[in-house]
Each structure stands twice: as structure tokens, then as C-alpha cells.
Design a protein around this ligand. Structure first.
Ligand code: DWN
Ligand code: ZN
Length: 408
């Protein structure tokens, strides 16, 4: 049977495939290579509602469970970003509200909510992965270990009342049943409340060919047009859009109930700008497919040349994104000796699909490789600062997306 768009139910078909891909955040021990879970990562663009989406997604429990390997607090830069985000919410959004109630969908280890807790704001985090949620709980952040759904929203309304602010960062695009999230938001949101979420922005992915933003967890890559369409299905209204530099280019979407708040000019101008730039046209995605193939050829040729010169290469930061790159480009230990990373749950394990050993970043300096393939270009400034000595001593950094500048 053909595929139907997850948002508007129109028939859609994949414009490209990234081939067989594993669970991006499931780092393996050496005894678990056999029987590793894979799915065909085919991607579609819906010409009707403009939603960019995966054709198939693993069950959410395969990805978000008690050994979810990503902790928001792993980046100092992101912790600062969420502090600033909380300031924006408190000063620009709920400024005059008495005793506001803030809910975060997918609160992870509480990096965002701790800013609300310390300001004495009523808050609640919803997080399905118990291991990361328990870090939030241990810091005194009110947290429920659960998936966000209409039923949960109803029970939250009876337990706590409606929410003045519902927040989510890098979460909504992870949920295949995105319509149930919007339905749950429309149940939980106060009449004059706002729903603010931030996700990687489709236009940045297309313009920079950062195809590594596509992996199992990212069912969708949102644009202003697709969010505008989705909002209307639930009588919500997109009232503002604010570009962010995080994750290689993200967008903050601000929604309210229809007719309850003023829509900024930015929304109208950016809706038109996306159309004019071709973001809502299917031929853009055929071009994107060709660009991905070009980036793969270029990266492999760089790695091959270095190896034929007898030099060593390691990876830096075992990001979720790196799983798409290593599997799509077939980068194994033939090229990379290992990947250095800071996450205890990844260290001592092997990368999904390509089985490259992950080592503690503290050993990076002594290892002193000839070349480093940087997977976390979004954390480049932070990593460059940490590894300044390597660079000063003549070490070489390679961008995992050829042509994408490493911000030093
Ligand atoms: O959307 C998502 C984003 C927010 O986070 C999730 N689906 C999963 C995750 O994606 P990611 O793994 O691509 O995130 P990051 O933040 O680009 O990368 C984090 C990884 O990088 C961690 O494994 C830790 C590592 N890292 C490191 O080794 N040294 C990170 C920093 C900042 C460092 O200095
Ligand atoms: Zn659609």
C-alpha cells in the first residue's frame, strides 16, 4: 500500500532513501551486534501540507526508553541557550501573569526547567525516558515519566489546571503521531496560553545539505508553512517565528489559540519567503537528494585520500546525527579508529550500525590523531575551545558535511 502523509493523509512517496539505518542513539556492546534493529530510512515531502517526513519510523519505545543515550546537559552552550529561552518566556511572554504554570514536553534531564524552578515558577516536565527523567527528578524538578498524549493532558488538567505556557525543544519533530501532540496541547493550553517549541529548521537542512539531521528520531523536519498548516487543524495559530543558531539552524515557533494574540509580520513574510525560495516545491527535494550524494562522495574521497597517505583519523562526538553519516557513507573502522565522546552511556560501546568504538574524550589529547572528523559541528565553538591545544599543535579538523565551515 502507498504511504499517506502523517499530517494531511494525502498519498506521498519517497523522493530518496538513506538505506538501512539503525537506531541512532542505541550504542551497542560487542555482544549485541547480531540482531541489531534496522529500518529503511526513506524520506518524503508532502506537496499538499509541505511536511518533510520519514516514510517509516521505528516504534517510539525502540528509541525513547530507559537507556536513551542523549542528555541535554552534555553541552554547556545548550544549557546557556535554555537559560536564555527561559528568560524570554518569563520576561517577554508571561511577564504580567500571576502564578503561571509552565509545562515542558520532553524535559530530558531538566536543563530547561531548572531555570523555572529556580525562579519559583510552577512547572512540570513530561519525559518518557526514565534514565534522563531521573536526573531531572533528582534535581527537584517536577517530572512525570510518560509520553505526552491527549489522555495525559486531560489528567494534567484535572491534577494541576491548564498550562499558561507549553514548551518543547527538539521534541515535537520526534513524535510520529504529531497530531495527537497538537490535540493534547489544545486540551492542556489555557485560553490565552502559548505553545512554544524549537526544532531543527528544514530550510537550513536544505540550504546547507545537513542531511545528518535526518535519523530515526526525527520523523519530521518542520518549516513555517508545515507548522502553519498543522496549527490550523487544531484551531491554533502561528503567531511568531524566531530563527535560532542551535543545531546547525533551528526555528522557534510560537502558537496561541486562534484569534487570541497578535500575529507578527515575521510570520507572514517568512511564509512567503519559504515559498519564494522553493521550500514548498517538490523539485527542491530532488536537488537535495543529488546534493546528499555529492556530499557523500566528497567525504569518502577525503577520508580515502588521508588513509592512503597512511594517516590516522578519529571521529569527535558520537552524535545521533553521526549515525546517518556513518551508515549512509559506510564509514567503519576502515576509516575511523574510534569516536571520542563525553557521554558515559556511549563510552566503551560501539556506534550503531557501523560498530566504531566510542572512547572517553579525556583520552583524545594523548591519542593525538592526524585528522579528526567533527560530527558535532553545532558544538564546534565549545569543542574547539576544549581542544585548542590539538589545533595549535597542527591537528586537522574535517567537517562531516564537506563545505560546511567549522566555526572556530
Ligand atoms: O534532537 C536531538 C538533539 C537535541 O540531541 C535528539 N534527537 C538527540 C540529540 O542529537 P545529537 O546527538 O545529534 O545531539 P548533539 O547535541 O549535536 O550531540 C551530542 C553528542 O555530542 C553527545 O554524545 C555528547 C557529544 N559531545 C562531546 O563529545 N563533546 C558534545 C559536546 C558539546 C562536547 O564538547
Ligand atoms: Zn501532507
Amino acid at each position: 500500500m502507498g504511504k499517506l502523509c502523517l499530517v494531511c493523509n494525502c498519498p506521498i512517496s519517497p523522493f530518496m532513501t538513506f538505506g538501512r539505518q539503525p537506531i541512532a542513539n542505541r550504542f551497542l556492546d560487542a555482544t549485541s551486534f547480531e540482531g541489531e534493529y534496522y529500518f529503511d530510512m526513506d524520506v518524503c515531502f508532502c506537496p499538499n501540507c509541505s511536511m518533510f517526513q520519514l516514510a517509516n519510523t521505528p516504534d517510539p519505545e525502540e528509541m525513547f526508553n530507559d537507556s536513551y543515550a542523549f542528555y541535554t546537559s552534555s553541552s554547556r552552550f545548550m544549557a546557556n541557550h535554555f537559560k536564555e529561552f527561559a528568560r524570554y518566556v518569563l520576561e517577554d511572554v508571561v511577564d504580567d501573569k500571576i502564578d503561571p504554570f509552565v509545562v515542558e514536553i520532553g524535559c530530558n534531564d531538566g536543563t530547561m526547567l531548572k531555570n523555572f524552578k529556580s525562579a519559583g515558577i510552577r512547572h512540570l516536565g513530561i519525559e518518557p525516558s526514565r534514565n534522563v527523567a531521573s536526573v531531572a527528578i533528582s534535581q527537584g524538578i517536577n517530572t512525570r515519566v510518560d509520553f505526552f498524549s491527549p489522555n495525559l493532558a486531560r489528567s494534567l488538567v484535572s491534577d494541576y489546571g491548564v498550562a499558561d505556557v507549553i514548551l518543547a525543544t527538539n521534541v515535537i519533530c520526534h513524535i510520529p503521531d504529531v497530531k495527537s501532540v497538537f490535540e493534547a496541547v489544545s486540551i492542556l493550553l489555557a485560553d490565552d496560553g502559548v505553545f512554544i517549541f524549537e526544532e531543527p529548521y528544514l530550510k537550513d537542512v536544505i540550504d546547507k545539505t545537513t542531511y545528518d539531521q535526518i535519523y530515526d528520531e526525527h520523523t519530521f523536519l518542520f518549516s513555517i508553512n508545515s507548522i502553519n498548516y498543522l496549527s490550523k487543524l487544531f484551531t491554533l495559530e502561528l503567531i511568531d517565528v524566531l530563527p535560532q543558531s542551535t543545531h546547525g539552524g533551528s526555528m522557534r515557533y510560537v502558537l496561541a489559540r486562534q484569534g487570541k494574540r497578535t500575529v507578527t509580520d515575521r510570520v507572514f513574510s517568512q511564509l512567503v519567503a519559504e515559498v519564494n525560495s522553493g521550500l514548498t516545491s517538490p523539485h527542491t527535494y530532488d536537488k537535495f537528494k543529488r546534493n546528499c550524494e555529492i556530499k557523500r562522495t566528497e567525504l569518502l574521497s577525503t577520508l580515502k585520500n588521508i588513509k592512503s597517505a597512511g594517516k590516522s583519523i578519529v571521529g569527535y562526538a558520537a552524535t545521533s546525527k553521526s549515525t546517518t553519516i556513518t551508515n549512509y557513507c559506510s564509514i567503519t573502522t576502515e576509516y575511523l579508529d574510534c569516536i571520542f565522546d563525553t557521554t558515559p552511556l556511549k563510552i566503551g560501546r560501539y556506534s550503531p550500525g557501523t560498530h566504531i568504538p566510542v572512547r572517553d574524550h579525556v583520552h583524545f589529547r594523548n591519542y593525538n590523531p592526524d585528522y579528526v572528523l567533527l560530527f558535532a559541528y553545532n558544538h564546534a565553538a565549545e569543542i574547539m575551545e576544549k581542544e585548542r591545544d590539538y589545533t595549535l599543535n597542527g591537528g586537522h579538523w574535517i567537517s562531516c558535511i564537506p563545505g560546511l565551515e567549522i566555526q572556530k
